[in-house]
Design a protein around this ligand. Structure first.
Ligand code: TEU
Length: 558
């Protein structure tokens, strides 16, 4: 393997197309809007972009419900727009990763429509997970699995003759029926979709719910085990601990081995600059188990989500950085760090929550509110820690502006299906999906020519807009630009990592990079921490106090 391959240390910027830039002014972002803003991303210094789904979709889950994998939703543009985007990005030296959603289709996909029109036991039904219900009249779902979005993971259909019929499995929304990955035809179809996009020149795929495709044979009940694992007598029980029957089954790996061969066949020169890659979205623990996805014959990258989920405590951060690094290293894979994405509360809000509060699935009116100043200071420190680590990193659009979640969004503006499906027990993920502010003084903060945006923007966005930070010393945008430039110059992504045990409130690391050793210190304690006398400070996430590192600040030095 080529240790300097681009994807081993790339910084990849996630674009959420609905909310990045809106050229046509309908209040929803689009591909032409993205093209307009590519120079901004070049100036920021990212290596690649990952675009969340832009395919034809009824948008029941913001495009993660795909009705046609080979075309663009008219909301976002057209195939020629996608081609133009790839071409322009490549001219600017930016690679393009697209999102692939293989676990489920939309219920409006032609395959699912055909399945509904065909009888039980038909080949059309076999492409999905149809089962008879339990009980004499089949009115009880086939098993007790629950949807990630809330409620049962099964929905009953009416048979073509109108009588109540079979049930189909959906790990997410009822409008996202799970495919049957045991069926060769499903595998062939997705390899053909991979080729469709590779032939158009894209550089890789982010693979949605990569740990979900294969379900345990027999689809056994699960809730009893879930309770047992969490309960006090779990340790005493002689029932063996079980893996959840819908996640991280061993059978998923042969699918990705096959995909890796497809990707490999597109690099005919063997020059790693031509590598096409795939990145797994697999919420799998522990780190050793997650590392199985990045064996040399499978994914190039897999998000290290333990890091994203770690609370702002030095001990936890040290532990999770070291264990993620060791697990990836054991299979020769780079780590892939991430702090924010379109599914979680942005780190500028998450890290500003009152102590002990963890709200992974949205913050709303009436919830404990984050402290914006504290959150931003910690977010800058957290990112400076992340970007000093070896491996690759993903950024989520707007974090370079220090954007918080919209935590006071009116409930009637919410669009995420999680809100309804959880019967309002979860706020949903809209707070982190709000359209980007480009100009402080324009309607929709410069998101598009119109006033309207598909989700409301908070007033705090005015002061954080790009035009208010561009060229301003000390702004979050300029900090990100410096971090990315320095990270590239010092080749931090290619280094190796040593985590020092350095007092309880400090994370202290050495990145042994090709340009020399760089020390990284994040101070999470209440008192300033002095660094070695004569040290050369390369970067600081906030102002230093008489050469010492204040609370919630990260420095790079040597
Ligand atoms: O997410 C997978 C996933 O399991 C979680 O991120 C989940 O969405 C969250 O915990 C629910 O609150 C991926 C996509 O990133 C997400 O946007 C989609 O909704 C989901 O798959 C279904 O395609």
């Amino acid at each position: 393997p080529d240790d300097s391959a681009w994807w081993r240390n790339a910084v990849i910027y996630q674009i959420y197309p609905r909310s990045f830039a809106d050229r046509d002014g309908d209040g929803i972002g689009d591909l032409p809007g993205i093209i307009d803003r590519l120079p901004y991303l070049r100036d920021l210094g990212v290596d690649a972009v990952w675009l969340s789904p832009f395919y034809v979709s009824p948008q029941a889950d913001a495009g993660y419900d795909v009705a046609d994998y080979r075309d663009i939703d008219p909301l976002f543009g057209s195939l020629p727009d996608a081609d133009a985007l790839v071409a322009r990005a490549h001219e600017l030296g930016i690679r393009v990763i697209v999102d692939l959603v293989p676990n489920h289709t939309s219920d409006e996909h032609p395959w699912f429509r055909a399945a509904l029109a065909a009888p039980a036991g038909s080949p059309e039904r076999e492409r999905y997970m149809f089962r008879d219900g339990q009980g004499a009249d089949g009115s009880t779902p086939p098993n007790d699995w629950e949807s990630v979005f809330g409620g049962p993971a099964w929905t009953r259909v009416a048979e073509p003759d109108g009588t109540p019929g079979q049930w189909y499995l959906h790990l997410f929304d009822p409008k996202q029926p799970d495919l049957n990955w045991e069926l060769p035809q499903v595998r062939e179809e997705f390899e053909s979709i991979l080729r469709f996009w590779l032939d158009r020149g894209i550089d890789g795929f982010r693979v949605d719910v990569a740990h979900g495709l294969i379900k345990e044979a027999g689809l056994p009940d699960w809730s009893a085990h879930q309770t047992m694992l969490g309960s006090a007598d779990a340790e005493q029980s002689d029932r063996p601990r079980r893996r959840a029957p819908m996640w991280d089954q061993d059978g998923v790996h042969e699918i990705y081995e096959s995909w890796r061969r497809v990707l490999g066949s597109y690099n005919t020169t063997g020059d790693s600059r031509a590598d096409r890659i795939m990145c797994a979205e697999a919420w799998v623990t522990p780190a050793e188990r997650a590392a199985r996805y990045v064996r040399p014959t499978e994914f190039h990258q897999a998000f290290n989500f333990d890091f994203l989920e770690t609370p702002w405590r030095a001990e936890s951060l040290r532990e999770v950085i070291a264990s993620s690094y060791a697990a990836n290293d054991s299979v020769g894979a780079p780590t892939t760090w991430v702090l924010s994405n379109h599914d979680v509360v942005r780190h500028a809000s998450r890290l500003g929550l009152p102590a002990g509060e963890r709200r992974p699935n949205g913050i709303g009116v009436g919830d404990p509110q984050p402290d914006a100043v504290l959150g931003l200071r910690r977010a800058r420190a957290a990112t400076a820690l992340m970007l000093a680590l070896p491996g690759g990193a993903y950024l989520y659009q707007g974090e370079e502006l220090g954007l918080p979640d919209h935590t006071l969004m009116p409930d009637d503006a919410r669009q995420d299906p999680t809100w309804e499906r959880s019967q309002h027990t979860e706020r949903g993920r809209d707070g982190c999906r709000v359209p980007m502010p480009w100009r402080s003084d324009a309607p929709s903060y410069g998101f598009g020519p119109g006033e309207h945006t598909w989700l409301p923007q908070p007033e705090s966005y005015a002061a954080l807009a790009v035009d208010r930070q561009d060229g301003v010393t000390g702004s979050t945008l300029e900090l990100y630009r410096s971090m990315l430039r320095l990270r590239r110059e010092l080749r931090l992504g290619e280094g190796s990592l040593e985590v020092e045990d350095h007092g309880s409130d400090v994370v202290s690391l050495i990145n042994d990079a090709p340009t020399g050793q760089v020390h990284v210190l994040a101070n999470l304690g209440a008192e300033p921490v002095a660094i070695r006398e004569g040290a050369q400070v390369l970067l600081a996430s906030g102002p230093l106090a008489d050469g010492a590192v204040p609370t919630d600040t990260t420095v790079w030095y040597r």
